[in-house]
Design a protein around this ligand. Sequence first.
Ligand code: SF4
Length: 239
Amino acid sequence: MSTKSGQVQVGRVDWWEEHGDEVKVRDLKTGVVREGDRIARHVEFQLRLYGLLAVEARPGKRVRLFVDHEGTEELPWGDAEEAETRAQVAAIRRDLPSGQVVDPTAVAQVGEACRWCDVRHHCVRYRTEAPRLWTTTDLGFVPPQDIAGDITEAVLQKDPTTVRLRDLGGRHVTIAALQALHGDFWLLPPTTQLWFFGLEPRGSTKDPDGRYRHPTNFRELAMGPGERPAWRLRVLRGL
Ligand code: SF4
């Protein structure tokens, strides 16, 4: 889409509706879209980009943004949100100039967004900083439910679905209910390093003061009623 500012912007919205002076943009989501009591920031940013497109394509019209998941939620969109989004886009363009190859370790910023990022296993910056996330309280955000460390024990024969690690933060960690498709962990020598991306925690992720605490017990498959499996688990050896 070529806009009034002369820049080419591309986006594909799920639903675009125009009535009179109003444009409604909807995004249809499956899966988890909430972060605590709000729509997750990456979903909000996606919708705001659609908002910018709508403003540029239909100047003067009122733009409204909606996320449809379990219910329908309208996201705030006005001058303040538009200005904030334009500033974010400008910052991205500054960090990723067109036509240039950029060192990813120079621009990657470990933080809240990592939880929703599908390329964590490729991200050197994340893998380097992850152990700090696992051992720091008061992070201010929930990090991905990942863990890595050296095998201390793979429960031979009796329970080949469980692996114990000394994680990269020095903690003892247990991962249970693993599917066989990930490999024969019990055949790996102790001290083999494994990375698990996208586990589910077992038990509380809060310390006695209510602060986030990275789990030391994880699982893949459901182990109790109402639990959902870790559908997107990736297990990698020795990154
Ligand atoms: S994992 Fe790396 S690329 Fe993904 S959001 Fe985090 S810092 Fe950015």
